[in-house]
Design a binder for this molecule. Structure first.
Ligand code: CTP
Length: 400
């Protein structure tokens, strides 16, 4: 499975002779399907030109924290939010020390501090600098915080010495970057996910539906797959590509979705309902196209089955996770829904305000379970989905 496909990666290039390998890293990350943006420290520009990295990444390269034009296009906070992961290659001894301290005196370090995305370091330095207790101590502290480190390799160095400190090859960095997204938390688990809107036919050409894009559900499906699960995605009509490695079943109506979910439930450990299922459908869909006759019309609607509640009512039931889109009183309504539907977890978000939620690339969630809650701050849906899947995996493990 290629976990870098469609991932947004920020490559941070710091000052060291190994910076000459950075274009190769960019090229291979892009070959693996990632979108790559590059930030350089001022010292890195002494080793390689921004123009080279701009050419291979296809995007402007950012260097300064105080460049008004660049900050207006994508400020350091947007950049920190934009990326699914950061790769620092090469990571100099100085940059590692500054990361450990949490400094933010240039764009590269500020972005590393401002992001919630996973971070991979590919250290490169003279062997004495690598072996120094200060460097080792800094790296131990960063590892403790969850920072991943690849390399360094050993061999002859640009400074003429021989020993550990060479940046690993680009291919190894690409593999390590992919591993950032593979937690294995759901290895051996079967997960069924619903996504997108449903369409309730009025006649052969008209339907009732809603604005759901399916983005959140597709992102959750991809994240569950990356966490090692075998995933079935039951999707209403969307314009999205099915996530790689996910068994995707396309449906139209709520009744179709219900049938497809039931067919997929055998051996299911976790059921995540992200779909915006229409609560009602026309009592009867006309066989032929309804003609305009100038008269007032009344459409009789009948309730659709609640797919999530009926899965939660099974014995034994899988671990069930619902979504709630609310326009106000998010926590109270979501908690009531958790109880009413008898589910294990609910992820609630505010819709109809600002630019998060339905049809947007970003979202923020309040996740509730019987005796706890966690707020997932605003982030791209892909990254939010990974955090949510980790949380689901943790609660699932605790519930068993
Ligand atoms: N859901 C479902 N089947 C339905 C309706 C909803 O599986 N027929 C699931 C959704 O996928 C989502 C959750 O239930 O996980 C949403 O709950 P719901 O009560 O339908 O939300 P709203 O329609 O927003 O409820 P309300 O009108 O009470 O706010």
């Amino acid at each position: 499975m290629n976990t870098l496909s469609a991932k947004r990666l920020l490559l941070v290039v710091t000052g060291g002779i190994a910076a000459y390998k950075a274009p190769d890293v960019v090229r291979r990350l892009r070959d693996a399907g990632a979108e790559v943006r590059v930030v350089m420290t001022p010292a890195a520009t002494a080793f390689i030109t921004p123009l080279t990295l701009q050419a291979v990444s296809g995007h402007d390269v950012r260097e300064g924290l105080f460049d008004p034009a660049a900050e207006a296009a994508m400020g350091h906070i947007e950049l920190a939010r934009w990326c699914d992961a950061l790769v620092v290659a090469p990571a100099s001894a100085d940059f590692i020390a500054r990361l450990r301290l949490g400094q933010a005196d240039d764009l590269a370090s500020a972005v590393c501090l401002a992001t919630g995305a996973p971070l991979l370091l590919a250290p490169a330095m003279n062997r004495q600098m690598w072996a120094h207790p200060a460097t080792q101590d800094n790296l131990a502290a960063l590892r403790e915080r969850g920072v991943a480190v690849v390399g360094p390799g050993s061999g002859s160095q640009a400074c003429g010495e021989v020993g550990p400190g060479r940046m690993v090859e680009a291919e190894t960095i690409v593999t390590a970057a992919g591993a950032l997204f593979e937690s294995g938390r759901l290895a051996g688990r079967r997960v069924v996910i619903t996504a997108g809107p449903t369409r309730e036919a009025i006649d052969p050409v008209r339907f009732i539906s809603n604005h759901s894009s399916g983005k959140m559900g597709y992102a959750v499906a991809a994240a569950a797959r990356e966490a090692g699960a075998s995933v079935t995605l039951v999707s209403g009509p969307t314009g999205l590509e099915p996530p790689a490695g996910v068994h995707t079943v396309r449906v139209e109506s709520a009744l179709d979705m219900f049938a497809a979910v039931r067919a997929a439930l055998a051996g299911c450990d976790i059921f995540i309902a992200t779909a915006a299922v229409a609560d009602y459908r026309p009592a009867q869909a006309a066989a032929g196209k309804i003609k305009r006759d100038g008269e007032t019309r009344t459409l009789e609607l009948v309730p659709n089955p609640d797919i999530l509640a009926s899965v939660a009512a099974l014995t034994p039931a899988p671990f069930t996770v619902g979504f709630a889109a609310e326009t106000h009183d998010v926590e109270a309504y979501a908690r009531a829904k958790l109880e009413r539907k008898g589910i294990d977890m609910i992820a609630a978000n505010l819709v109809g305000e600002g630019d998060v939620g339905f049809n947007s690339d970003d979202n923020e969630l309040l996740v509730l379970w019987r005796d706890g809650e966690q707020r997932l701050e605003r982030a791209p849906k892909t990254r939010l989905a990974r955090t949510l899947v980790e949380l689901v995996a943790a609660r699932y493990a605790a519930a068993r």
